[in-house]
Design a protein around this ligand. Structure first.
Ligand code: GDP
Length: 697
């Protein structure tokens, strides 16, 4: 029936994964004893290796949940710390070191912690067992140890010695059993001594007759009995193999200890031999542990199965009610999210093509054209009130808009050159790239990925890496293809007419923007009247009607500096609106219908040029940037979020979203519980068959 315990231990490990919410536990053997009772020595003798932390400074500070796995088909002996991801440690000194570090990581002020260390040891020489080593009981609190330490250790042990666990109570032979802390603790929770095994260590320290009588103790009778052991090398040789020394992994020492134990007990056949009716020796102890654990597990089978079934029902109910029985895995979640994202991207791609790029780029150029017009045609300088502009104002001073006037020729030629040389390549590429990036951001915000920082970043980077890759060559291409316009621009009437329509719209928008800004200014100074007063003052000062003696920080003419600033802005906006109104009339006029009047109508001409530039740029942007992006982006997404992610990364990704995490956890718990239940059922059958076989024998 060896497989029974092994399978139960497997189940126990699965149950541990079900998580803290689960109160399901299968029995373990809990080892308690006072400090120096020989507890570590017994455990090491069972394992056959020296591996526990040693030292005077209370080194066991956390429970060590030790799983022993018998591997009959392999010679290898090694340990694993599953929580730390440490696998296959074949050097037991290194296991010892890790345990020491894990224990000493508990600060002195706390001294003990109930957070268990999980350690699994695989070996052909160990039985299948699950043991829990606890901090040793102390009699007196040492200096630099907290006063409540004794209490804390005792509470920690109490937590573990509850049913269905088996208690392994360690006491030393040279201490009266009546004084054994371990036995006293076990009494409290197991008064009838039904699930306690007594281990009496240091049998070599008392004479054989006395030793033998301890093992037959009548005062503290235990149903599972006492086992006497000697788990220390003989004094004379022990010095050669100093414990904890670097001499190998300690297994030679273990051999020696075992031989020593054998020869000690066989030297006293009367007291310890077969006729003496006492149990002695580590080998006997091992066998006892195995059979007791098996029986206990078998006894708890029904109860645990019921508990698991109940827990499974709860999980199934939760899955139904909260998640509509919708199956989900981290991979399927990622795949679905990615598909949905790519789908929405496809839609974006369908909606953002050449016409949209053209519009975007044209809007950008409209702004540049407005700036040029303002700079070369519209602006009246208002800089400082102390420098008044001579009357009449600058506009009136300009030469008449005679198409033949050299001045206007130069103005328009310079504006056109400025427009064509403004770095359309960079500008256009930038505008489109920025728009794509913003589009991608928006798609992310509407997708599952919005709750996943890792994926969000991966997508943003996927987009920017393609855009960055294409940026320079695209802007060069675009710049090259608009090059001819830097030398000559020929318009057709159709283009002129379109420019006329469009520029009128732009001017109207600008006019509205000026008026809105004026309104807002009114609001900030406390009404139209106030604003008019300041504007009046600014106007007068500009015309030189009043002399402002130097504007100070505190302002002038009874107006604060801040108010004057607003006044200047308002005057500027008013003048700008006047000019635009004038220009709107001009654009509508008869002269502006004819293309050859371009010097009279720079707004129309520049607008037509901007359209030409934009549409040429868009042809190349489409090939060099947009198509490339549309082709590569989904592939880049697959690359970054699909294939090369490890299972762990996918799991971590999915769990970033708390809703998904809960959903996945319920499913996982359900699956684990189903698996456990299945295993339990087959074990129960095995157990039943075994029992009836025994019964019929
Ligand atoms: P723990 O503090 O309960 O873990 O006790 P240890 O296993 O570290 O043992 C305490 C001391 O008792 C050590 O010096 C051991 O060498 C010694 N010791 C353990 N078992 C025996 C034994 O069977 N016989 C003798 N003579 N000494 C032992």
């Amino acid at each position: 029936m060896m497989v029974f315990t092994k399978k139960m231990i497997e189940i126990r490990n699965i149950l541990q994964k079900v998580g803290q919410s689960s109160t399901l536990t299968l029995p373990s053997i809990v080892v308690i004893g006072s400090q120096s009772s020989g507890k570590s020595s017994v455990l090491e003798a069972i394992v056959g290796h020296e591996f526990l932390p040693k030292g005077s400074n209370m080194v066991t500070r956390r429970p060590i949940e030790l799983t022993l796995v018998n591997t009959p088909d392999s010679k290898a002996e090694y340990g694993e710390f599953p929580d730390l991801g440490l696998r296959k440690i074949t050097d037991f000194t290194s296991i010892q070191r890790t345990l020491t570090e894990l224990n000493l990581a508990v600060p002195d002020s706390e001294c003990v912690s109930d957070d268990p260390i999980h350690l699994t040891i695989y070996s052909p020489n160990v039985p299948d067992l699950s043991l829990i080593d606890l901090p040793g009981y102390i009699q007196v609190v040492g200096h630099n140890q907290p006063l409540e330490l004794k209490q804390k250790i005792s509470e920690l042990c109490d937590k573990y010695i509850q049913p269905p666990n088996v208690i392994l109570a360690i006491s030393a032979a040279d201490v009266d059993l009546a004084n054994s802390t371990a036995l006293r603790a076990s009494r409290r929770v197991d008064p009838r001594g039904e699930r306690t095994i007594g281990v009496v260590t240091k049998m070599d320290l008392v004479d054989a007759i006395r030793g033998s009588s301890i093992l037959q103790d009548k005062q503290y009778p235990l149903r599972l009995g006492y086992v006497g052991v000697v788990s220390r090398a003989p004094q004379s040789i022990g010095g050669l193999f100093k414990k904890g020394s670097s001499s190998g992994d300690g297994s030679a020492l273990m051999n020696l200890i075992s031989k020593n134990e054998d020869s000690f007990f066989s030297a006293h056949p009367l007291e310890f031999g077969p006729s003496a009716d006492v149990a002695v020796g580590t080998a006997t102890l091992r066998k006892k542990l195995m059979s007791v654990l098996e029986q206990t597990m078998s006894a708890s089978l029904q109860g645990t199965t019921d508990a698991i079934r109940q827990e499974l029902e709860e999980a199934t109910y939760e899955f139904k009610v909260q998640y509509n029985d919708r199956p989900l895995s981290a991979e399927s979640y990622l795949a679905e999210s990615l598909d949905a994202f790519k789908h929405s991207f496809k839609q974006f791609a369908e909606e953002f093509g050449r016409p949209q790029m053209l519009q975007l780029l044209k809007r950008e150029l409209d702004q540049r054209v407005l700036d040029l017009l303002a700079q070369r045609y519209w602006n009246k300088p208002i800089t400082d009130l102390t420098q008044s502009v001579p009357e009449p104002d600058a506009l009136a001073d300009l030469p008449k808009a005679d198409p033949d006037s050299l001045y206007w020729h130069r103005q328009l030629d310079a504006s056109t050159a400025q427009l064509t040389k403004l770095g359309i390549g960079r500008l256009a590429t930038n505008v489109v790239a920025t728009n794509i990036q913003a589009g991608v951001d928006k798609l992310i915000a509407q997708s599952n990925f919005v709750n996943h920082p890792f994926a969000r970043q991966a997508i943003v980077e996927a987009a920017s890496s393609i855009l960055n890759d294409r940026f320079y060559s695209t802007s060069d291409q675009v710049e090259n293809c608009i090059k001819p316009y830097k030398f000559e621009i020929e318009l057709e009437q159709r283009e002129w007419d379109a420019g006329r329509d469009h520029s009128a719209g732009v001017l109207k928008d600008e006019l509205m923007a000026c008026q809105d800004a004026l309104k807002r200014l009114e609001g900030t100074v406390g009404g139209r009247r106030k604003l008019n007063e300041v504007m009046n003052f600014v106007d007068k000062a500009r015309r030189g009607d009043i002399v402002v003696e130097g504007e100070s920080r505190s302002g002038a003419g009874g107006f604060s500096a801040a108010l004057l600033q607003r006044g200047r802005e308002a005057v500027f906006l008013r003048d700008r609106a006047d000019i635009i109104n004038m220009r709107l009339l001009a654009a509508k006029s008869k002269q502006c219908r004819a293309m050859n009047n371009k010097y009279y109508c720079p707004e129309i001409f520049l607008d037509a040029v901007a359209t030409k530039l934009a549409s040429t740029a868009v042809l190349f942007l489409n090939v060099e940037l947009l198509s490339e992006f549309y082709y590569n982006f989904p592939r880049e997404l697959d690359q970054r979020l699909g294939r090369h992610l490890t299972d762990d990364e996918i799991e971590r990704f999915a769990k970033e979203d708390p809703k998904i995490r809960r959903h996945l956890e319920v499913i996982r718990r359900k699956e684990l519980l189903e698996l456990v239940l299945e295993k339990m059922e087959s074990l129960r059958q095995l157990d039943g068959r075994e029992k009836s076989r025994r019964g019929s024998n």
